[in-house]
Design a binder for this molecule. Sequence first.
Ligand SMILES: Nc1ncnc2c1ncn2[C@@H]1O[C@H](COP(=O)(O)OP(=O)(O)OP(=O)(O)O)[C@@H](O)[C@H]1O
Ligand SMILES: [Mg+2]
Length: 246
Amino acid sequence: MANHTNVIELRDVSLTLESGAGPVNILKEINFTIQQGQSVGIVGPSGSGKSSLMSVMTGLEQATTGDVIIDGLSYTGADEDTLARHRLKNVGIVMQAFHLIPTMTALENVAVPLELAGVNDAFDLAAKELELVGLAHRMEHYPTQLSGGEQQRVALARALVPQPALLYGDEPTGNLDGQTGRAVIDLIFELARERSSTLILVTHDPALADRCDRVISMGDGHIIDDTGDTSSVTGDTDAVSQVTSK
Ligand SMILES: Nc1ncnc2c1ncn2[C@@H]1O[C@H](COP(=O)(O)OP(=O)(O)OP(=O)(O)O)[C@@H](O)[C@H]1O
Ligand SMILES: [Mg+2]
């Protein structure tokens, strides 16, 4: 894969969706770039557009206007097939609800993305990933036979097993008690750092956001604060990368 320092680029992105009461402007004039390996917390009140922003970045929702470029691919106007393949390989997502397949064991759940990608040793790799999240002894358990924290660790293993450049979490600990949630979060930061994955974490928890390299605050569909806003020094960073690439 080509070397993209900016793994996520959003340019003048808006999102307008239809509702019964007419069109709703959910995201407005969103601009930012995120560098490979950065951890970014996204915070803001309920309804401010955090999950919608995630949907646009993960390609689950097409931006109404503007450009969304993820790891070198323009998500704007890309066909479903290209998007799905790109997501499978480059993007891991962990949500508040675990979304495990109830009729599959932990091991089978984690193997799914690899099997979809046609990987031969899917089950070996899935088993290794489950070991990394501390579930070597629970591989043959079905989701209903696992605690909430264990289910979320299975979901995390499933998100990470394709070695995605990008890991997204939308309130990934929202359904867990404080202690279990902290353990899962520690694991997310640890595994993301080990692999130099870019981590995008939507959270209501300011303490959690503070653990990230950068915090983007949403309000009413706008970015109202961005601790990593480099737009004023874009020219400088370009100059630096030109010099260092010589
Ligand atoms: N499919 C949709 N059609 C119309 N409006 C929508 C749709 N999805 C979300 N919205 C609206 O967009 C706004 C932003 O929603 P979003 O889910 O992104 O908020 P959020 O910041 O993630 O909130 P929360 O913290 O409660 O999860 C909300 O006002 C919501 O009602
Ligand atoms: Mg949300």
